[in-house]
Design a binder for this molecule. Structure first.
Ligand code: GLY
Length: 354
């Protein structure tokens, strides 16, 4: 399994090396790139790929969550086939989590699977979405419901690409970083608490270390359990609640990292109610959400219990009308509650957010 590489200001070198190391050499490269980065990164991509002489094409793509759909997947697959993609071709996904989810799934299913690489350009994708080979598109019924595990051949993270990230997207990435900190242990959580909020939102050697540490924390877990049959489930901390909230609110009103933040709050609350969590964990998470400019309330009116139950049960880990829930015990320690009655999760959502 290839681990992500983290650098600052070295993207061109990383990309040239990654392409040179592909074995066998790619017959062509299809570059799926977030439209917002197309102009900025096209010259860099060209300067890296031109020397290899193989055909390549950049496809700009509006990387909205609503474009993570089967219809878009089909459109891209047809473009790829018309371009001449074969089994020795490579897909390169440049953008945030939407782009790596869609590009990765395209690679997983096109011609029954071809190689792919990711250049994540959002904080959320660098610490979570682009790592570990989960690829997916959404259905109207729920997020990431059509997907595949398909590990990339390379993941190149250069934190200078974060320089133009909008404020809200920084917050979303920090929401996933907070999840990783709760899984990782007291040091990373304390770093988030003790660092000036502004320093968490600008590329710097400090941020490079923090992001790399978060990515490596995730990769250690993924390497142990790539198909999520055991320990990897811990990475879903906050996500069962979060995905339900995100689908209920609509991705515009509640972006993924924001929903994960609320999901973490719910998980902490339930863990405290059940007396499994260290005292003050909910208070610490709540204070961090405020510091990281993440919402601590649901936008609008929380859906009723029946709707919440339906959405919770659409979680991919739900079985026979029961949920698997990850709860934090203390920084660095989580537990997995199996076969939870969804009523408990509904009650938690309503206690925390209604
Ligand atoms: N985002 C959770 C995982 O990759 O397992």
């Amino acid at each position: 399994m290839k681990w992500p590489v983290y650098t600052q200001g070295e993207l061109a070198r990383l990309l040239k090396n990654a392409v040179a190391e592909l074995d066998p050499a790619p017959s062509s490269i299809l570059v799926l790139i977030d439209q917002n980065l197309h102009q900025q990164l096209e010259p860099l991509v060209q300067s890296c790929l031109d020397p290899y002489g193989m055909p390549y094409r950049l496809i700009g793509f509006e990387a909205f969550e609503r474009h993570k759909s089967l219809a878009h997947l089909e459109e891209l697959a047809r473009l790829a086939v018309r371009f001449g993609t074969d089994r020795a071709s490579v897909i390169l996904a440049i953008g945030g989590g939407v782009t790596s989810d869609l590009g990765g799934l395209l690679a997983a299913v096109l011609l029954r699977g071809i190689r792919w690489g990711a250049i994540p350009t959002s904080l959320l994708a660098m610490v979570d979405a682009a790592l570990g080979g989960k690829t997916a598109v959404d259905l109207p019924e729920g997020k990431n419901l059509i997907g595949a595990f398909h590990q990339p051949d390379f993941i190149l993270c250069d934190i200078d690409t974060l320089a133009s990230l909008p404020h809200r997207e920084w917050s979303c990435g920090l929401g996933e970083l907070l999840k990783t900190a709760l899984i990782s242990g007291p040091e990373m959580l304390a770093t988030l608490e003790q660092t000036d909020a502004q320093d968490l939102r600008q590329p710097s050697p400090f941020l490079l270390d923090l992001v790399a540490e978060a990515g490596q924390t995730k990769m250690r877990i993924v390497e142990e359990d790539p198909m999520e049959s055991g320990i990897r489930k811990v990475l879903n901390l906050g996500h069962t609640f979060g995905h339900a909230l995100e689908t209920a609110a609509g991705h515009q009103d509640l972006a993924h990292g924001e929903a994960v933040g609320l999901g973490l709050l719910c998980a902490c609350h339930l863990a405290e109610e059940m007396e499994v969590a260290e005292e003050a964990l909910t208070r610490r998470v709540d204070a961090l959400l405020r510091k990281l400019s993440l919402p601590r309330q649901y936008p609008g009116e929380l859906p009723g219990p029946d709707r919440l139950r339906t959405l919770l049960l659409r979680d991919k880990k739900a079985e026979s009308g029961r949920l698997d829930l990850v709860l934090p015990v203390k920084p660095g320690q989580c537990i997995l509650l199996r076969k939870v009655d969804p009523v408990l999760a509904v009650t938690t959502l309503r206690e925390v957010l209604a």
